[in-house]
Design a binder for this molecule. Structure first.
Ligand SMILES: Nc1ncnc2c1ncn2[C@@H]1O[C@H](COP(=O)(O)OP(=O)(O)OP(=O)(O)O)[C@@H](O)[C@H]1O
Ligand SMILES: [Mg+2]
Length: 235
């Protein structure tokens, strides 16, 4: 299973790409399992971020969550990008669905905020209504108690966040997680921005598990009329 329009036509040759993409996410899962092996948290909480907008954080986060859920783990994905939320859209759910901001704002319980979209094998805590004050909302004590409560119910929690170089709440959230995965997009991410993001994470003493190199170009694909896009993971 994978999400979103990673493939843009219905050409039958793309079936090969579907297999390749799904294999790439399984590779990411395997590499993350190695990277997480030394950590003692029973529930592994992994935060996905990147230096800038549009690097592929949400796409990577949701597909890695799906790959873990396929291994029968109890998986939750949290859309903590309260500014440009995408997880509801990528799971074909109503974008106005109740979620994190509603829970943090006291408008619903955690149970009411968590949903299992039809056909999926993992739970979602969508962003909820876009609040006027995303940073302040995510920097309240309730976040810590929520993470504690959720970590008793799930094996893996994947958090999608805004770009680390642009907003402050992402770095704040790193204190509640087992590790951080940084998405870097080929021909799009700026070296200096990635370097600065790494410095910010190191300063916050975050455990950087590794990097996903998104949209890596396969030279052989030039002979096809569409671009192949692949996901790699490396430390
Ligand atoms: N490898 C890829 N191949 C094809 N399309 C991709 C790939 N990675 C991302 N995209 C597309 O790029 C767009 C942005 O991706 P995504 O929403 O995952 O980025 P993001 O880093 O979460 O963005 P934002 O900073 O706005 O949260 C989406 O339309 C997504 O489908
Ligand atoms: Mg996103």
């Amino acid at each position: 299973m994978f999400f979103k329009n990673l493939l843009s036509t219905d050409d039958p040759r793309q079936i090969k790409d579907i297999t390749r993409i799904s294999e790439s996410f399984k590779n990411i899962r395997a590499n993350m399992m190695f990277a997480l092996a030394g950590t003692k948290d029973e529930c592994k909480i992994i935060l996905f971020t990147s230096a800038e907008q549009g690097d592929g954080k949400s796409t990577t986060c949701i597909n890695v969550a799906a790959a873990y859920a396929d291994s029968n783990a109890r998986v939750l994905i949290i859309d903590a990008d309260l500014r440009r939320p995408k997880i509801a859209r990528y799971t074909n759910t109503d974008r106005k669905a109740t979620g994190l901001s509603d829970y943090l704002g006291g408008f619903c319980t955690l149970e009411e905020a968590i949903v299992r979209p039809e056909g999926l094998n993992f739970d979602c805590l969508f962003s909820g209504r876009v609040p006027p004050n995303p940073s302040e909302l995510l920097m309240i004590d309730k976040v810590e108690s929520m993470m504690k409560e959720l970590s008793e119910k799930y094996d893996y929690i994947f958090i999608d966040t805004p770009p680390i170089g642009i907003v402050s709440e992402t770095i704040y959230l790193t204190q509640f997680v087992t590790g951080v995965v940084v998405v870097v997009k080929k021909d799009s991410s700026h070296f200096k921005a990635v370097q600065e993001s790494i410095s910010l994470l190191e300063f916050a003493k975050a455990n950087i598990l590794g990097f996903v190199f998104n949209d890596a170009f396969d030279a052989k694909s030039k002979k096809y009329y569409y671009k192949r896009r692949r996901y790699y993971y490396y430390e």
